[in-house]
Write a protein that binds this ligand. Structure first.
Ligand SMILES: *[C@@H]1O[C@H](CO)[C@@H](O)[C@H](O)[C@H]1NC(C)=O
Length: 296
């Protein structure tokens, strides 16, 4: 009788420990999206980057003394990065918030850029995207957002696979760059890239080509970030990871846009694209070879 009771006690104890272990595992697995400091570090003006909500979010500050920026601790080769951003509200003319990936190899730079160009109150925010492959950029496109990106958080993502690069806004593709190496078109594939973001003043070009200047009376300017999520192959890391066809982002469903995504992409191009280097004849009398090849 006594022995049975102590067995019961031990059994209960084991169950209690196990449930703790299970709960702990669940916490670790659902730990994504990460806290800021798990995956990122401040690269510019520590005192202008403020952590919020126990490090799950941050506030970037731009004032007359400085802008600021942060970068991922590691570099990645293929994967998907996303974060939620709430941009500078009101009169944000002359401010630029950037979110990009960069190989940090200047002469043979690979870079995938989102640049959010502020505007006067009530005027649309412009998103400029650009792609550098093997040192060559000059592939700007501009889209006016169909919502106020300062009123609430929206998700901005870069998906980079062996097949294509997709810039997403709330899962709507606003830019697609397909791997067309077979046609001799450079594609970023050799070098890992870090993830970066900055908030700074660029009123010599950002808003209406530099005509609209920053109004320092409205400073400080704030942008907010949360839900940092990086799913990719860190470098250094497992050597075969970038080439593993079982990575979800390389799966058959992700080798091209789904029909619904393709439809959304056409909608963006038809209704919200305000500039495309591909159709800028004064800049490129001869259409760049990759143009027109993103149709899916
Ligand atoms: C700002 O608003 C003007 C006027 O609506 C528009 O032409 C421009 O594309 C907007 N964006 C920028 C970055 O200038």
């Amino acid at each position: 009788m006594k022995g049975l009771r102590s067995l019961n006690v031990i059994g209960l104890f084991v169950i209690w420990i196990l449930s703790y272990v299970v709960a702990l595992c669940m916490v670790v697995v659902s730990g994504r999206p990460a806290t800021f400091l798990e995956d990122f570090r401040v690269t510019w003006a520590d005192n202008h980057v403020r952590q919020l909500d126990g490090g799950r979010g941050i506030q970037l500050v731009l004032d007359q003394s400085s802008g600021c920026g942060f970068a991922s601790r590691r570099q990645y080769l293929f994967g998907k990065v996303s974060m939620k951003i709430k941009l500078v509200p009101g009169d944000s003319a002359g401010t630029v918030t950037a979110f990009y990936m960069n190989s940090d190899t200047d002469t043979i730079r690979d870079e995938l850029d989102f640049e959010f160009l502020g505007n006067r109150s009530g005027q649309p925010y412009t998103v400029q995207t650009n792609i550098y492959a093997h040192g060559k950029g000059d592939r700007e496109q501009r889209v006016n957002l169909w919502f106020d990106p300062a009123a609430d958080f929206h998700t901005y993502s870069i998906r980079w696979t062996h097949s294509l690069i997709v810039f997403g806004v709330d899962d709507i593709p606003i830019r697609v760059y397909k791997n067309q190496e077979a046609k001799g078109i450079p594609y970023p594939k050799q070098q890992p890239m870090g993830i970066y973001s900055t908030l700074w003043e660029a009123d010599d070009w950002a808003t209406r080509g530099g005509l609209e200047k920053i109004d320092w009376n409205k400073a400080p300017f704030y942008a907010y970030y949360k839900d940092f999520d990086i799913e990719g192959c860190p470098v250094p890391g497992p050597a075969n990871c970038p080439w593993n066809p079982n990575n979800w982002w390389e799966g058959p469903a992700h080798r091209a846009l789904s029909p619904a995504q393709a439809k959304n992409y056409q909608w963006v191009k038809a209704n919200h694209m305000i500039y495309d280097y591909c159709t800028d004849k004064s800049r490129y009398p001869q259409t760049p070879p990759e143009c027109g090849l993103d149709n899916l």
